[in-house]
Write a protein that binds this ligand. Structure first.
Ligand code: ADP
Length: 496
């Protein structure tokens, strides 16, 4: 009856705020390109555009055995990757939890010694021959090159040099701050006489770029590695002469030597902070409130509209506002006159429902609802019950929830297109190459139904891409911290 239509009308009014028009997308791309350039010229720009000292990307013909380790938070992963040289590889790995006590160890030695011990154990198990042969008679040429993925803020000054800026994620070893983490690891590796050289310090987006570049069909080299997971970020291949700020780095002598012969430099854009000044990003009341009540207001404004950590919370705020609508006849999850197949349902919202708790809704909830094609949105109804403790939501409620989910998810995908298009256009790649290859990783792009198609739809609306959208190839690039790190160790070795 009347009430259902009132809810639908109100939901429609709300989703209109999430619409991100063709015109706005194009404005976004222009601003993205401007901020990219600014970041290449100077420090302190909204896009950090960090030079990674990786100066080439693989094409899938590379061969050899490489090691990779990953210290990201709770776990330490060690793996060895055998590159077969035909876009394929095999991988062996081990994983151990980092003991709590070591996260707050007295000295850096305690933690890094532990890491080196895990590498030793791994080599004994998986590469015993190599290990025994070279342990006491090290032939430098026979050393394994190792890529070190270290997911804490570091100031990278060379391909295997980076100083820890601060600890995050529960780690706290004050002594290590300001130290070169590669050197810390190498010292402990040497103390155990392991035939291993820490060849590269790896950022996960660069790993994604390298992993995709190796595995992408044919011998195509990849342009962009992008992550749409908990956060969002991208790395891409830039022409060295456009990285104006390298000059200052070179002159200051702070940076180490790097291979200039390729004329390329992989840049870690840190695009999560695109448009922190909110010149072009869409900004609903829910975005404003989410930001104000976050731990870092005014920061990572692009990421707060795009990534998995935030989409569930945007949705929660929208649903809550609809639930608390002053007109009970309009409100969501109110059992006023809602009917379901002519059976009166009694909608109940538990007092402790996740609807009322900051960060209460996970972004995987959006994927489930977006995917739901069941009769009367039965699956959405069940998921509301299971995950939000909202019992017997009406079909009309579920329709409104689905409309909002779709609007938030689609906006995120269109924003993602802005970042990707900004890089594709500013690098001029569509003019230079027949196929432009993009590697992506992260649960959002992997699991959110239609995410890639919404990106493509936006590409077609962008001046400078349009029909050429067909020539952009997007592929999943899993395992940036294993395969990707190994490949960075490889190119680091080759360019040393
Ligand atoms: P990370 O980026 O931390 O390496 P993921 O790529 O798995 O790891 O991303 C985790 C993020 O993705 C979380 O914010 C989570 O809410 C979100 N997420 C998990 N599963 C899904 C899903 N099925 N659909 C959309 N988002 C998801």
């Amino acid at each position: 009856g009347l009430t259902n239509m009132a809810l639908e009308a109100e939901a429609k009014r709300m989703i209109a705020d999430f619409e991100y028009s063709t015109e706005d997308v194009n404005k976004g791309v222009k601003e993205f390109i401007r901020e990219m350039q600014e970041g290449l010229e100077k420090e302190g720009a909204t896009l950090s555009q960090i030079p990674t000292y990786v100066t080439s990307v693989p094409n899938g013909t590379e061969k050899g055995v490489y090691l990779a380790v990953d210290l990201g938070g709770t776990n330490f992963r060690v793996c060895s990757i055998t590159l077969h040289g035909n876009q394929s590889f095999s991988l062996q790995q081990s994983k151990v939890a980092v003991p709590r006590s070591l996260m707050e160890a007295k000295t850096a030695h305690d933690l890094f010694h532990f890491l080196a011990q895990q590498i030793e154990a791994f080599l004994k198990t998986h590469h015993e021959d190599h290990f025994e042969k070279h342990r006491n008679d090290p032939v430098e040429q026979e050393f394994f090159d190792l890529g070190f993925t270290f997911s804490f803020p570091v100031n990278q000054i060379g391909i295997n040099k980076g100083k820890l800026m601060r600890w995050t994620k529960g780690f706290d070893i004050p002594e290590a701050i300001g130290m070169d983490v590669c050197e810390l690891l190498q010292k402990e590796i040497d103390a155990l006489k392991l035939p291993v050289r820490v060849a590269a310090l790896v950022n996960d987006t660069v790993g994604t770029l390298m992993a995709r570049s190796y595995t992408s069909p044919g011998k195509t080299k990849t342009l962009i590695g992008a992550i749409f997971g908990t956060g969002t970020n991208g790395a891409y291949v830039e022409k060295l002469d456009r990285v104006k700020k390298m000059k200052a780095v070179d002159e200051a002598g702070g940076g180490t030597n790097y291979d200039k012969s390729t004329g390329l430099m992989v840049i870690n854009s840190e695009w999560g902070s695109f448009d922190n000044g909110l010149k072009v990003l869409p900004n609903t009341q829910f975005d404003i409130d989410l930001d104000r009540e976050s731990v870092n207001p005014g920061i990572q404004m692009f990421e707060k509209r795009v990534s998995g950590m935030f989409l569930g919370e945007i949705l929660r705020r929208a649903l809550l506002s609809l639930h608390q609508h002053p007109d009970a006849g309009v409100a969501l999850f109110r059992d006023v006159t809602s009917h379901d197949n002519d059976i009166r349902s009694t909608t109940t919202v538990a007092e402790d429902s996740a609807l009322f708790q900051q960060w209460g809704i996970d972004t995987s909830f959006l994927s489930i609802v977006e995917e739901d094609q069941s009769d009367h949105l039965r699956i959405t109804k069940q998921t509301l019950e299971k995950e939000l403790n909202i019992g017997a939501a009406s079909t009309e409620d579920c329709v409104a929830v689905k409309m909002l989910v779709h609007a938030i998810g689609k906006r995120a995908a269109r924003l993602s297109a802005v970042a990707l298009a900004g890089v594709i256009i500013s690098t001029n790649k569509l003019q230079e190459d027949e196929i432009v290859d993009v590697g992506v990783d992260g649960s959002l792009v992997e699991y959110y139904p239609g995410f890639e198609e919404y990106i493509r739809e936006a590409f077609r609306e962008i001046e400078g891409i349009g029909e050429d959208e067909k020539r952009i190839r997007i592929g999943l690039a899993k395992d940036g911290s294993g395969l990707g790190a190994a490949l960075i160790a490889l190119v680091a070795h080759d360019s040393a």
